[in-house]
Design a protein around this ligand. Structure first.
Ligand SMILES: Nc1nc2c(ncn2[C@@H]2O[C@H](COP(=O)(O)OP(=O)(O)OP(=O)(O)O)[C@@H](O)[C@H]2O)c(=O)[nH]1
Ligand SMILES: C[S@@+](CC[C@H](N)C(=O)[O-])C[C@H]1O[C@@H](n2cnc3c(N)ncnc32)[C@H](O)[C@@H]1O
Ligand code: SF4
Ligand code: SF4
Length: 347
């Protein structure tokens, strides 16, 4: 679909179509850079310098961006972070997005620690999918991976587990478990994670570790490629690949015949899925990132704070769309990470 020229009649629907003909209809909003964990691949152990309160978009600004994006054809919105459920007043934003017309598919990516507290809210706002990040099934390891130490880790692991069980019990959500696959850290748990799909209706997705955020040197020795992951999964027995549709996420999907759940691999680096990219990102500090690895962003916060019309904001979204690269140029063996910290960007 082509973008109409600026002189097109007001009624002509505009879409975010980039220079390479990709329709961007998926907006990921990072609600906050705050987090209650310090995952080893995401943050330094002491955490990152926090954004100043006034530099983080307000919930009203985030809701307005969601509305303008939906008017430009965005039909899928994911709330992420930092930890999105830590954002004070998150209920207001969820309700505002739930009331949008046309209503986008609303999803959230969370570390699961606050799921118990928020599950009713997420259900009442018709969140369709909960992506829950969990990198180990061993309580004694959780604290090391998430940087909270072993004693706290065991308690927090139990909390995440209760959150996942509750999410499944409600039956209201698609539940996806995101596992960053790391050599020497959780490679030995890949099969245990995969076996969860034999018992429960959830998707377990193994994600390649990515060099994102200059604050955190990339450790190539921990990188596991999709090929490595699939080689481990071969011990599970036969599984079949499932088709993916145009609106689906970046995961290649698999299923052990007869099992209630499914497996996924997200080959963010080794065999990227940029040709089918459909997403824009709004960072916690109000920048539109054309790509996960973008160095160049569009400062929409400045626009939001200059008494803009909706058209001004639409123009910022269109500008970010025009600046979207064809693909990323990261390779698994480099140590330098690019772009904005994951916790501001939202993954
Ligand atoms: N390189 C790259 N990696 C991505 C992109 N989107 C997601 N990922 C990676 O895949 C992980 C999982 O993404 P999620 O936040 O669960 O969302 P998703 O895969 O878009 O979600 P679904 O629509 O539910 O499949 C992210 O944390 C990133 O590590 C992308 O556009 N580019
Ligand atoms: C930045 S977190 C934000 C949401 C929430 N705090 C969580 O962890 O689900 C979003 C996703 O990014 C992933 N992530 C963070 N750093 C990553 C990295 N360097 N490589 C690959 N995935 C990463 C996390 O595992 C998580 O699934
Ligand atoms: S991956 Fe998510 S939970 Fe872990 S430190 Fe980053 S933002 Fe926090
Ligand atoms: S790396 Fe950039 S272009 Fe490629 S899929 Fe991710 S966001 Fe899209």
């Amino acid at each position: 679909m082509e973008n109409p020229s600026p002189n097109a009649p007001e009624s002509a629907p505009r879409r975010l179509v980039d220079t390479y003909g990709r329709w961007l209809h998926y907006l990921r909003i990072s609600l906050t850079d705050r987090c209650n964990l310090r995952c080893i691949y995401c943050m330094p152990s002491g955490g990152l310098p926090m954004l100043r309160h006034e530099d983080i978009l307000t919930l009203e600004e985030q809701a307005r961006m969601a509305k303008v994006a939906v008017n430009l054809g965005v039909n899928k919105i994911r709330l992420t972070g930092g930890e999105p459920l830590l954002r004070r007043g998150v209920a207001t934003l969820l309700k505002d997005i739930d009331r949008l017309t046309p209503r986008p598919d609303l999803r959230i990516t969370t570390n699961g620690l606050l799921l118990e507290r928020h599950i009713d809210l997420l259900e009442s706002c018709r969140v369709s999918t909960l992506n829950i990040s969990l990198d180990t099934l061993r309580p004694e390891k959780y604290g090391n991976i998430t940087g909270v130490g072993q004693t706290a880790g065991e308690k927090l692991f139990a909390k995440v587990k209760r959150g996942i069980d509750l999410a499944l019990e409600t039956g209201a959500f698609q539940v996806k478990i995101n596992v960053v696959a790391l050599s020497g850290i959780n490679q030995d748990e890949i099969l245990d994670f995969a076996r969860l799909t034999l018992k429960a209706p959830l998707a377990v997705r193994f994600i390649e570790y990515m060099p994102v955020g200059r604050h955190k040197p990339f450790q190539p020795r921990h990188f596991l490629s999709t090929e490595d992951i699939l080689a481990v999964l071969a011990d599970l027995g036969p599984f079949e690949e499932l088709p993916t549709g145009p609106g689906d996420g970046p995961a290649r999907r698999f299923k052990v015949p007869g099992s209630p759940g499914e497996l996924g691999v997200i080959s963010a680096l080794s065999s990227h899925f940029c040709a089918a990219c459909n997403r824009l990102r709004l960072t916690a500090d109000g920048r539109l990132a054309p790509c996960l690895f973008s160095e160049k962003t569009v400062d929409v916060k400045a626009v939001l704070r200059a008494n803009p019309t909706d058209e001004d904001l639409a123009q910022a979204l269109l500008k970010a769309t025009r600046e979207k690269p064809a693909k990323h140029h990261q390779v698994p063996n480099q140590t330098i990470a690019a772009g904005c910290p994951m916790s501001r960007l939202g993954g």
